[in-house]
Design a protein around this ligand. Structure first.
Ligand SMILES: [Zn+2]
Ligand SMILES: [Zn+2]
Length: 159
């Protein structure tokens, strides 16, 4: 059976999904913009019984009378969108292999912030430009790797 894993940026919260992923969508509603800090909320839905937390547990914010949203209380990564007990939707970027998700639809398109065609046409900042390349070469990532680990260093102090 296929399994999918994922987690927050710091690695305090990790999850696994057994079997295939369900419907994947992006939602342009104002709540999804606010909850993710992004242009839209990208979520893939799975059956609750297929999902399990393998390290830590999310904290929750009840964003409306119908929905609660899970996030990592340590690093703030948005993790879930949950509107009933039968399903759980994971933020697509938290999957270890987000490219495995095939988006199917857009929701709340009237609240869309940007024209996608225009996004693709924005000028591209070259990563091999010397100043950018020097900066990128000096980055030491503290982000959890895109795979399950037996353990993982806790949050570093003094930053
Ligand atoms: Zn975290
Ligand atoms: Zn939404």
């Amino acid at each position: 059976m296929t399994t999918h894993s994922g987690g927050c940026q710091c690695g305090a919260v990790r999850f696994r999904v057994e079997g295939d992923l369900g419907n994947a969508s992006i939602c342009h509603c104002r709540m999804c913009q606010k909850a993710t800090g992004g242009l839209f909320g990208p979520y893939v839905e799975v059956r609750s019984e297929a999902a399990s937390w393998t390290r830590g547990r999310p904290a929750y914010f009840r964003s409306s009378n119908k929905v609660r949203r899970g996030f990592c209380r340590d690093c703030g990564t948005p993790l879930t969108f949950e509107y009933d007990d039968r399903t759980i939707s994971f933020a697509i970027g938290t999957l270890d292999e987000p490219r495995s998700v095939q988006l199917k639809e857009q929701l709340a398109s009237t609240e869309r912030l940007a024209d996608f065609a225009a996004l693709a046409e924005l000028p591209v900042h070259p990563e091999d430009e010397p100043k950018a390349a020097a900066y990128l070469a000096g980055i030491v990532s503290y982000q959890h790797p895109d795979a399950d680990t037996d353990d993982w260093p806790p949050m570093r102090e003094g930053r």
